[in-house]
Write a protein that binds this ligand. Structure first.
Ligand SMILES: Cc1cc2nc3c(=O)[nH]c(=O)nc-3n(C[C@H](O)[C@H](O)[C@H](O)COP(=O)(O)OP(=O)(O)OC[C@H]3O[C@@H](n4cnc5c(N)ncnc54)[C@H](O)[C@@H]3O)c2cc1C
Length: 223
């Protein structure tokens, strides 16, 4: 195992004016035991942590679903993992486009609640196996190219007058080798607007709060 990182320091430069076009930047610095700066080894230039992704895929034509990370382990420091927002994606999620006005449309991966939780769970299970059960490599995976996502967006409340948009997508990262054409399994990719979705949102709201409080049976509630 590579030498352990002992110190992390955060230097946040917040260009937080809402009128400024300068994006907010957060710079996380990392230092090795001997004090040497290992920031470039740990983090990608965009400030997110490098994990087991393929970062040298190059142009859009070369992008593959398999470029996306599975274990979220840093390739150099095997004791470091990054889930959810923290990991550096290999590239955009789908083809970069431009609006008719020339505004770039760069679709980034939706590292939202459900995928983040699934990554975190896989990492936690791997860490347990590596620390307590003698595993030398991560034992669990959670690739966004192999998982689906569901989103329910409220658009009005009321037991009988409410409405919401319910969407599912599978897989999150398009896989054009497995699903030629659109890159997605159309049996698992849907969208509906209506009252039932509002009820689902309401039920999920209470289920997730119940789960967050670790009440009896919380493990049965999915991410
Ligand atoms: C307004 C809003 C609405 C959203 N709605 C939805 C939704 O309906 N459904 C959905 O799936 N997703 C939703 N998301 C997205 C979802 O919240 C995030 O994708 C998800 O929380 C990412 O999880 P994460 O663990 O990567 O990061 P976070 O949940 O942001 O967790 C990071 C944690 O690290 C802590 N932290 C930061 N810096 C340090 C430090 N230096 N030391 C120690 N701790 C630190 C933070 O305090 C935080 O607790 C929403 C996000 C926003 C902002």
């Amino acid at each position: 195992m590579a030498k352990k990182v002992i110190r992390l320091s955060t230097r946040e430069k917040l260009s937080n004016s809402t009128t400024s076009s300068t994006p907010m930047t957060v710079t996380l610095k990392a230092y090795a035991k001997d004090g040497s700066d290992i920031t470039d080894t740990v983090f990608a230039p965009n400030g997110f942590m490098k994990v087991d992704a393929k970062y040298d895929a190059g142009a859009y034509q070369n992008w593959k679903a398999s470029d996306w990370p599975k274990t979220y382990q840093n390739p150099t420091y095997k004791n470091m993992f990054a889930a959810g927002i923290a990991f550096a994606p290999p590239h955009l999620i789908s083809k970069p486009m431009k609006s008719v006005n020339g505004t770039p449309i760069n679709p980034t991966p939706p590292r939202t609640g459900m995928p983040s939780a699934m990554m975190g769970k896989a990492i936690a299970q791997s860490v347990v196996d590596m620390m307590a059960n003698g595993a030398t490599e991560p034992t669990h995976t959670a690739s966004m190219a192999e998982m689906g996502a569901a989103c329910v967006a409220s658009a009005g409340k009321g037991l009988f007058t409410g409405t919401a948009a319910a969407m599912t997508v599978y897989p999150i990262i398009p896989d054009f080798e497995k699903y030629p054409g659109v890159g997605r399994d159309m049996n698992g990719t849907t969208g509906e607007l209506g009252l039932a979705a509002h009820w689902v949102k309401h039920i999920l709201h209470h289920l997730f709060l119940y789960k967050a409080k670790l009440k009896p049976g919380w493990t049965l509630i999915p991410e």
